[in-house]
Design a protein around this ligand. Structure first.
Ligand code: HEC
Ligand code: HEC
Ligand code: HEC
Ligand code: HEC
Ligand code: HEC
Ligand code: HEC
Ligand code: HEC
Ligand code: HEC
Length: 351
């Protein structure tokens, strides 16, 4: 009994503090493929492994470069798999100007091929590792590049960032030698902004990106875990189309017979509108990140955001419900908020 407890404690510690594990306890994702090809292949097609890519890998992804730069001037590319790409120079700094130092837009947006300014002209070290890497440590400089803050075992979010170091598991492959953490906090440690509380920071009329846990906790599904809806190895768009019906069967059935249901509008179009913004917004009230608040406030005077003043500094936060301009006007662009509110009330009671 005591031995068992001790064992638990040892495992608990080494698993919850992976940075204390020896770097060479990390064996790399490639070594998982042999026995877990299904998870590996799904994960390869998700965003997680592509968070940071060496120029050698990224140059084949046909991404364009900031003005004046050639691939030989680039050490790494950040993202560039889903929404946007930023680029790192040979000293490890994020590129914020044209090659000759003149003003230029240096963030590439995948959805429409446009470019945005990113910290224009600043000297910007790459300090983003805690959320982007496997077994991140704040000590030292990866590849000895001055601008790269910290070191890590593998670029991007690999198998072992979520499952812990795999050396022991390779020696004795079984369920006992590897961890699985199914809590929302396990995902929320990166999918958050300013902590994991129920206050999603907002800016310029949109919720900011990487705040899924803040939104989840602010909204009606605060007791759910991310993996109640997501396969952790897959892209979000592959989340089952009928995921809402699994728990809201009654509404799903009656909804299917309404005008919107019949012409194929999915639940997420209204309950998870693109009220967040990562790279671009294509119209007022339409950003590029779906919200996880879910609840709709049908009051025509309801505000989506609240301003909080602390120590003279004003910050905008999203409230606990999505308002109808975000929910309805992305499709009904010629209407206004009063129209939307009127038709949104008791939505599922109407036929
Ligand atoms: C030589 C084959 C082999 C390799 C290589 C391997 N595993 Fe496993 N893995 C297993 C076996 C066997 C199990 C137990 C399956 C069972 O009991 O159903 C397992 C189970 C797991 C589980 C599920 C644990 C649970 O509680 O259900 C995870 C997660 C996992 N492995 C992750 C990894 C990761 C990450 C790597 C790479 C670092 C890896 N595995 C490499 C054979 C392997
Ligand atoms: C973002 C975190 C994350 C990453 C990255 C990740 N996993 Fe998982 N994995 C999980 C979670 C959480 C579960 C439990 C899922 C559940 O219970 O529904 C899981 C489950 C598993 C299982 C058990 C069977 C299953 O599919 O549920 C295996 C095996 C596994 N992962 C292997 C891997 C391998 C191999 C990689 C890398 C190629 C990997 N995982 C990458 C979080 C992750
Ligand atoms: C170590 C930090 C980290 C952890 C832990 C993490 N993520 Fe992520 N996640 C990211 C980053 C960074 C991206 C963006 C990847 C990219 O596009 O380059 C991302 C992307 C995603 C996407 C892809 C979005 C899309 O458009 O398809 C989903 C879905 C996702 N994560 C879900 C999860 C879930 C579920 C968990 C927990 C099981 C989890 N993540 C754990 C950092 C993390
Ligand atoms: C608190 C964790 C966290 C920090 C810190 C963070 N990111 Fe991210 N980042 C994420 C997550 C999670 C996503 C994906 C989910 C989302 O965007 O809503 C993401 C997405 C991105 C993407 C889009 C990837 C793609 O394929 O479209 C880029 C580019 C990016 N981050 C760059 C950066 C840079 C540069 C820094 C540092 C200056 C940084 N991030 C710091 C968590 C973080
Ligand atoms: C109630 C179900 C549900 C829960 C719980 C949930 N998600 Fe999602 N998530 C979805 C659906 C549905 C989508 C949209 C998929 C699509 O675009 O087709 C999505 C989209 C996403 C995206 C991509 C957003 C975008 O538009 O770029 C990320 C990242 C993500 N989820 C991460 C998370 C994380 C992390 C958690 C836990 C903190 C979580 N989700 C909890 C259902 C859920
Ligand atoms: C794993 C189960 C589960 C899934 C999947 C799920 N929900 Fe829920 N949902 C719940 C629970 C539990 C509640 C809280 C019920 C309550 O408070 O009465 C809830 C509440 C809600 C509410 C608020 C209800 C109210 O009375 O105000 C809305 C809206 C909602 N869900 C929409 C969705 C949508 C849209 C999806 C799909 C993207 C979805 N849910 C997926 C379990 C789920
Ligand atoms: C065209 C927009 C739209 C679509 C699509 C939609 N809903 Fe709703 N839903 C609403 C609005 C608006 C409300 C709020 C009504 C109110 O508060 O009076 C609502 C309320 C809800 C509620 C809580 C209140 C209630 O009536 O019980 C749940 C749960 C819900 N929807 C689930 C779903 C599910 C599941 C789907 C997909 C099968 C879906 N909705 C599709 C607009 C939509
Ligand atoms: C994804 C796009 C989309 C979203 C989001 C959406 N709608 Fe619609 N709506 C449609 C389409 C398509 C039609 C059918 C138009 C037609 O038949 O001419 C429609 C028709 C309608 C109609 C008239 C048809 C009828 O008989 O009911 C009303 C009223 C309406 N929508 C209200 C709303 C409200 C309120 C919301 C927000 C809660 C909303 N819609 C969100 C696409 C959308």
């Amino acid at each position: 009994m005591e031995k068992k407890l001790l064992l638990l404690v040892i495992f608990g510690i080494s698993f919850s503090l992976p940075s204390l594990a020896l770097a060479n306890d990390y064996v790399g994702s490639e070594s998982c493929f042999e026995c877990h090809a299904e998870q590996y292949n799904k994960w390869q097609a998700s965003g997680h492994p592509w968070k940071l890519r060496t120029a050698d890998k990224a140059r084949y992804a046909k991404l364009p470069l900031p003005p004046g730069y050639a691939w030989d001037d680039i050490s790494y590319v950040i993202g560039g798999a889903i929404k946007k790409a930023r680029y790192i120079d040979k000293q490890g700094y994020i590129i914020t100007t044209a090659k000759d130092g003149s003003e230029a837009k240096t963030q590439y947006n995948l959805e429409d091929g446009s470019w945005s300014f990113y910290h224009k002209g600043e000297k910007k070290p790459y300090k983003c590792g805690p959320c982007h890497m496997t077994a991140y440590s704040p000590e030292g400089h990866q590849d000895n590049l001055e601008g790269m803050i910290g070191t890590w075992a593998e670029d991007g979010i690999s198998c072992e960032e979520c499952h812990g170091p795999g050396m022991e598991h390779l020696r004795k492959p079984s369920k006992e030698t590897i961890k699985i953490d199914t809590t929302a906090d396990a995902c929320g440690k990166c999918h958050q902004r300013g902590g994991m509380g129920p206050e999603p920071p907002a800016k310029g009329g949109f919720i900011r990106h990487h705040e899924q846990i803040n939104e989840l906790k602010a909204g009606v599904h605060k007791d759910l875990n991310c993996i109640d809806c997501h396969n952790p190895h897959e892209r979000a768009i592959l989340t089952s189309k009928d995921i809402c019906a699994e728990c809201h069967d009654g509404i799903a059935q009656s909804y299917a017979k309404t005008t919107h249901g019949e012409q194929g509008t999915g639940c997420i179009e209204c309950h998870m509108p693109k009220a967040g913004k990562s790279a671009i917004s294509v119209a007022s009230y339409t950003g590029d990140v779906r919200t996880h608040i879910f609840k709709i406030n049908t009051d025509a005077n309801a505000e989506m955001f609240k301003e909080v003043e602390e120590k003279g500094k004003k910050t905008l936060f999203a409230k606990n419900a999505v308002t109808v301009e975000y929910t309805c006007l992305s499709c009904h662009g010629s209407r206004d908020k009063d129209w939307a509110a009127k038709h949104a009330k008791n939505f599922h009671a109407m036929k």
